[in-house]
Design a protein around this ligand. Structure first.
Ligand code: SF4
Length: 400
């Protein structure tokens, strides 16, 4: 990105304050306009900032209140996880209690689209999750079902590809070391198919926990499909301030190049602090547009990297947030080692999302599951996990 400021020398990465540059003139990609409730994204509309509720979806009062709090803080879209018919029934009630533009996140059960579409403005589906239910049905049939529901109920779509749950058929085709091409090809394939259905009211997201990969995959996608609006984010960015910094690193490089129409800063924070995601996203965008850019560094891959999911309604034990903080604290002594530790809040995404980490933890109701790479090492009580993790971390350091 700095190459676009020929008169400005590169900014040293140790600067702790944003350096003030003259306001940037960013030529944004001319993506198509997609309406989501009362906002539009793409086609030079202001970049929208999104967030996701983390309360139990069936707790209608708490989820409506959180959706409203996010809207009041400036959320363009508020996403809610829906995993069951009971969640979908709660959503109908939530819809009556908030004016936020609502999106849902469908996991494996694509048929829930029928129940949620009447109550939301956008449906997100993940191409990598369409294989689990009704395995005999081709994915195209499932997508067509979701698109039909979206069309009938005035909803936009997000095709949301995530590094932890990439279409297995795409992964098989490429070098296991190359995690980016399968994500890219999966997104492109789905765009082509959704286009062929005559539906163009969609955005795409390609998320990874590594900001450098987020930058690469989104740049490659934007080069191939400059017409499709992109929702940007770094998944499992972790706790503030690190989570904000990781996201900033990716967004500066993408938005600074005209790529990106909506963003989310995924942060691991307690429920009452969720609106911080909106403030962080707005702050990053405003800084980029004002020319207040930080050093655009490649995320430091020679140091300890702790990633943790932002938490959502699927968290089964709220001790997860404290655990993520304790892991960060306990592992400080290993800060100079090139090791990634992932801490995830649930069994839905935890097992897959931790595969690429050197050490992974995913939280169940009473136990925390520990992994070394893809290998499961067992489940431990919340009061037992830290010493067990330390034992593994020490062994890993000793082997380096
Ligand atoms: S890992 Fe689970 S709890 Fe964490 S954000 Fe993802 S779905 Fe929610």
């Amino acid at each position: 990105m700095l190459a676009e400021f020929p008169s400005v020398p590169p900014i040293a990465c140790h600067l702790t304050r944003p350096r003030i540059l003259s306001a940037m003139s960013i030529t944004r990609n001319s993506t198509r306009s997609v309406s989501i409730g009362n906002i539009c994204v793409g086609d030079n509309h202001p970049i929208a900032v999104q967030s996701m509720t983390a309360t139990k979806t069936q707790n209608v009062e708490a989820t409506s209140a959180q959706a409203e709090a996010l809207r009041e803080r400036g959320a363009g879209v508020v996403r809610i996880a829906v995993d069951s018919e009971k969640d979908a029934a709660a959503l109908a009630e939530i819809r009556k209690r908030t004016t936020a533009n609502l999106a849902v996140d469908l996991q494996e059960n694509f048929r829930l689209a029928e129940l949620v579409a009447p109550h939301v403005d956008k449906i997100r589906y993940n191409p990598g999750h369409l294989y689990h239910h009704q395995r005999d049905k081709p994915w195209q049939e499932k997508v067509r079902f979701i698109i039909d529901q979206a069309s009938s109920h005035d909803c936009a779509i997000r095709i949301g590809v995530n590094c932890g749950s990439v279409d297995p058929a795409k992964k098989e085709k490429y070098d296991p070391e190359d995690s980016i091409t399968p994500m890219l090809e999966s997104a492109l394939e789905h765009c082509e198919y959704v286009d062929s259905l005559g539906f163009t009211r969609y955005v795409v997201s390609l998320k990874d926990s590594d900001p450098a990969k987020v930058v690469e995959v989104n740049r490659r996608f934007a080069a191939r499909r400059p017409d499709v609006p992109l929702h940007l984010g770094v998944t499992e960015a972790g706790m503030p301030p690190d989570g904000v910094i990781k996201t900033r690193i990716a967004l500066e490089q993408l938005i600074g190049h005209g790529i990106g129409d909506t963003v989310r800063v995924s942060l691991t924070v307690p429920n009452d602090r969720k609106p911080e995601e909106i403030e962080a996203g707005r702050g990053i965008i405003d800084d980029i547009y004002a020319g207040r850019v930080r050093s655009v560094v490649k995320f430091d891959d020679r140091a300890l990297n702790i990633i943790s999911c932002p938490s959502c309604s699927r968290v089964e034990n709220e001790a997860f947030v404290d655990l993520a903080a304790s892991v960060k604290e306990m592992t400080r002594y290993a800060k100079d080692y090139e090791i990634t530790i992932a801490v995830m809040g649930c069994r839905v995404n935890g097992p897959g999302e931790t595969d690429d980490a050197d050490l992974g933890l995913w939280c169940g109701p009473a136990k925390v599951n520990l992994k070394r790479g893809t290998e499961a090492l067992g489940a431990f009580g919340y009061d037992e996990i830290l010493p067990r993790l330390k034992q593994e971390l020490d062994a890993l350091i000793a082997s380096k």
